[in-house]
Write a protein that binds this ligand. Structure first.
Ligand SMILES: Cc1ncc(COP(=O)(O)O)c(C=O)c1O
Length: 439
């Protein structure tokens, strides 16, 4: 696209699309003003912005591009599939091929259903659990940032406009690593909880007793355990975080990490539950994930090729290794600048984040935005998390540590200038929370 057309489109982007993006986390309110408004292309661990600059990318398609942008082997797989066709009036064999691959790979997956988004599969899991148990309440982990844009989840956030209050009362929340908070829910609603939904691990080290305890509570009270492995699947290890912690979910969801940025999400789990969405069951039918594009063949070809590479090249081990180098380098840089009270590396090697706070550890959006600005200004596209991919190797880790060291030096001067002057260092507006009541 020529520059004049690009600039004309960018200028009217908020008139074309509400929020000018199709994911709130890609929005202008999530980045400092200095960030490129759009990304025009990518290659490996790098992207090129609409501002004409090349960036080392730590966003990687919201963690969906796990091997690297424009990966040659994925391109070969999708080109081969493209020649056979994209969508037909009956299923294509690649649907069975991919289903069979997943079922052979993942011990707790006896059947699968595909969709185009993570929200679709977590919502489908909730619906199945409600149908299977005949119950209505969903127990959702409050510490986990996002499961779905559907009512059952968004109703638990401040951004709940348009969601009937009746629907909101059906989702109850519990705290991660706090078995008592989950137990209390079961004690108050012993016969009404259809499912417990959570990620296995995010930034907090899981207490194995909590994870096993949550599984046991589900069994005791007849609820289903849904593990959302959207981020951890095919990253924590080939079989995800459930296998690391010896869990056996009743239902499980995957998405990011499965198809190198192509649109595939998976609902998997127990056959007796998934069969409710089939056409052989004698029980009342669950109208489960029926979509025109649900099993579009190009993305499934990308998914099969991605899993092959993740397995053969032992990508999760690589993510842990380089992620650990990154963590160490960043922590050393933070302490070199005496910024431990303001900047902390959180999470685990395959999914690290930075927390930017005031000296008391309270999130401080102005400071956070200034820090992102200082990093982006120096050629790294960063939004607070490190979506490490197979394309992030030694040179990318070294470059990141070098750039962050420099950005931290500049951030040190901002802090030393004192709170009254923080705002003067910021170009544009501070980033805002995604889940908020008003703009
Ligand atoms: C843990 C988790 N679950 C579900 C989702 C929803 O996935 P999608 O954006 O594909 O709808 C996300 C997306 O950020 C996620 O991180």
């Amino acid at each position: 696209m020529n520059k004049a057309r690009l600039n004309a489109l960018l200028k009217k982007r908020h008139d074309l699309i509400p929020g000018a993006a199709h994911t709130y986390s890609k929005g202008d309110d999530q980045f400092p003003a200095i960030a490129p408004a759009a990304i025009v292309r990518g290659k490996g661990a790098y992207v090129w912005g609409s501002d004409g600059k090349k960036y080392l990318d730590w966003c990687m398609g919201l963690r969906s591009v796990s091997l690297g942008h424009v990966h040659p082997a994925i391109n070969t797989a999708i080109t081969r599939q493209m020649k056979e066709g994209t969508n037909f009036g009956r299923p294509h064999p690649i649907e069975y091929e991919f289903a069979d691959r997943l079922i052979r790979l993942l011990p707790w997956v006896e059947m699968v259903k595909f969709a185009k988004s993570g929200s679709a599969v977590t919502t489908a899991a909730v619906k199945l659990a409600r149908a299977y148990t005949g119950r209505s309440i969903v127990a959702s982990c409050i510490n986990h940032p996002f499961f779905s844009y559907d009512d059952w989840f968004i109703g638990t956030t401040p951004a709940d406009s348009g969601i009937p209050s009746e629907s909101k009362t059906l989702t109850k929340t519990f705290k991660y690593n706090d078995l008592e908070s989950l137990q209390k829910l079961f004690v108050h609603h012993p016969k009404d909880i259809a499912c417990v939904i959570m990620e296995v691990i995010t930034t907090e080290k899981p207490d194995p007793k909590f994870l096993r305890g949550a599984q046991a509570l589900c069994k005791k009270y007849g609820a289903l355990l849904i593990l959302d492995e959207m981020i951890t699947g095919f990253r924590w290890n080939l079989r995800g975080a459930a296998s690391v912690y010896g869990l056996k979910p009743d239902l499980v969801t995957y998405g990011k990490g499965i198809a190198n940025g192509y649109s595939v999400a998976v609902l998997g789990g127990r056959k007796d539950v998934l069969e409710l969405g089939g056409i052989r069951s004698r029980k009342p039918r669950v109208f489960l994930l029926s979509a025109t594009h649900g099993a579009e063949t190009i993305s499934l070809a990308a998914a099969l090729a991605t899993i092959d590479i993740v397995e053969k090249q032992k990508i999760p081990a690589q993510l842990w290794k380089y992620g650990a180098h990154l963590q160490k380098g960043l922590e050393q840089a933070i302490s070199r600048h005496g910024l431990e009270k303001h900047v902390r590396v959180i999470g685990f090697a395959p999914n690290l984040s930075l927390s930017i706070t005031d000296a008391l550890g309270t999130p401080y959006p102005v400071l956070r935005t200034i820090f992102l600005q200082e990093v982006i200004k120096r050629g790294i596209l960063f939004q607070g998390y490190f979506a490490i991919s197979a394309a992030h190797k030694k040179p990318e880790i070294e470059k990141t540590v070098r750039v962050f060291d420099d950005a931290l030096a500049s951030f040190r001067t901002v802090i030393d200038d004192g709170e009254k002057k923080y705002r003067s260092h910021l170009i544009g507006e501070p980033c805002k929370p995604v889940f908020r009541k008003f703009n």
